[in-house]
Design a binder for this molecule. Structure first.
Ligand SMILES: O=P(O)(O)OC[C@H]1O[C@H](OP(=O)(O)OP(=O)(O)O)[C@H](O)[C@@H]1O
Ligand SMILES: Nc1ncnc2[nH]cnc12
Length: 182
């Protein structure tokens, strides 16, 4: 029921940001407080009923959110779970020593960074973003978590675009509320 509710409000834009790309816009979900609440509750329920059982301490220590749309979801979920929130940002945006990882996306190449010691060795981590397309961003984020000694238990997304099903390998399972069929 909540899946259909969320799916109905996702919108697609052809040829954005460049020709040939069908851009998926999640912002309509955030415009409606009931939809936004449904979305967050869905993620929190998934984590508490499924993901947490895979953590040795039965606790999620860190939610990692990806620049920029992962920042809209990650801190809220972190607060609800009593976990830390750690941002992964595009290169040059975070102060102090950082660890980095490069990745290729649907429409370009980028470098992600995370502040050094933002994650402690052995901590249980969930990575969250709005969507997964090629999986390049998620894979780079997982690399940063691993570089700091963290353990990614799961990758969470609102929607998984078809490219991901074509075979990107991550070091932990990916969970998406909606599967795209375009
Ligand atoms: O699975 P991938 O092919 O890596 O693509 C998914 C990523 O692309 C989008 O972000 P984008 O890099 O466009 O940045 P933005 O959030 O700053 O718009 C999206 O929010 C994901 O982070
Ligand atoms: N098709 C798409 N729509 C929205 N964000 C994206 N990020 C990468 N591919 C995307």
């Amino acid at each position: 029921m909540d899946v259909e509710y969320i799916k109905d409000q996702l919108t697609f834009h052809r040829d954005f940001p460049k020709k040939g790309i069908v851009f998926l816009d999640i912002f309509p979900l955030l415009r409606d407080p009931i939809t936004f609440e449904t979305l967050i509750t869905h993620f929190v329920h998934h984590v508490t009923s499924y993901t947490i059982t895979k953590s040795p301490t039965r606790k999620i220590d860190v939610i990692v959110g990806l620049d920029a749309r992962g920042f809209l979801l990650g801190p809220i979920i972190a607060l609800r779970l009593g976990a830390a929130f750690v941002p992964v940002r595009k290169q040059g945006k975070l102060p102090g020593p950082c660890v980095g990882a490069s990745y290729e996306k649907e429409y370009g190449v980028d470098i992600f960074e995370m502040q050094e010691n933002a994650i402690q060795p052995g901590q249980s981590v969930i990575v969250i973003d709005d969507l997964i397309a090629t999986g390049g961003s998620a894979r780079a984020a997982g690399e940063l978590v691993a570089k700091q000694g963290g353990k990614t238990l799961e990758y969470l997304f609102i929607i998984e675009l078809m490219f991901f099903r074509a075979g990107t390998k991550l070091d932990a399972p990916a969970y998406s509320i909606v599967q795209s069929d375009d």
